[in-house]
Write a protein that binds this ligand. Structure first.
Ligand SMILES: [Zn+2]
Ligand SMILES: [Zn+2]
Length: 126
């Protein structure tokens, strides 16, 4: 499979037998099914194994839009995370695979954790 952004080779990466994603060897973009993203968000430290590209590299490739799903060969939609509107992701309208640039998953996950932490603190305070 070729990377939809840079045509680099996408290789399958697995983590703990539960998580399986495709990662580009050149831009370190990540392609995964939508339920896999939820699993990765729950998996402790998944970002350190899977999202190894630098955020600055990811920002460079984030400027490339209008990409096609490498599986379905149709245009992917730009979507934002409902809780973190600064993170743009590409989503395939047919197979629901999601493409994240390098660093975006770490951003997504870190913010999610800190948001959870904030609500924990709020819950404790009277
Ligand atoms: Zn790539
Ligand atoms: Zn697709």
């Amino acid at each position: 499979m070729d990377c939809p952004k840079c045509s680099g080779e996408m290789v399958t990466k697995t983590h703990d037998g539960d998580i399986s994603i495709e990662r580009c060897r050149v831009c370190y973009g990540l392609l995964m099914e939508d339920y896999m993203l939820e699993r990765m968000r729950d998996e402790w430290m998944a970002e350190t194994f899977l999202d190894i590209g630098s955020a600055s590299l990811g920002k460079k490739f984030d400027k490339i839009d209008n990409i096609k799903c490498p599986v379905c060969n149709i245009k992917m939609d730009k979507i934002v995370d409902p809780t973190q509107t600064h993170i743009w992701m590409e989503s395939c309208p047919k197979c629901y695979r999601i493409f994240l640039d390098a660093g975006e998953f770490t951003d997504l996950k870190y913010e999610t954790l800190s948001d959870k932490f904030k609500s924990l603190l709020k819950g404790k305070r009277k």
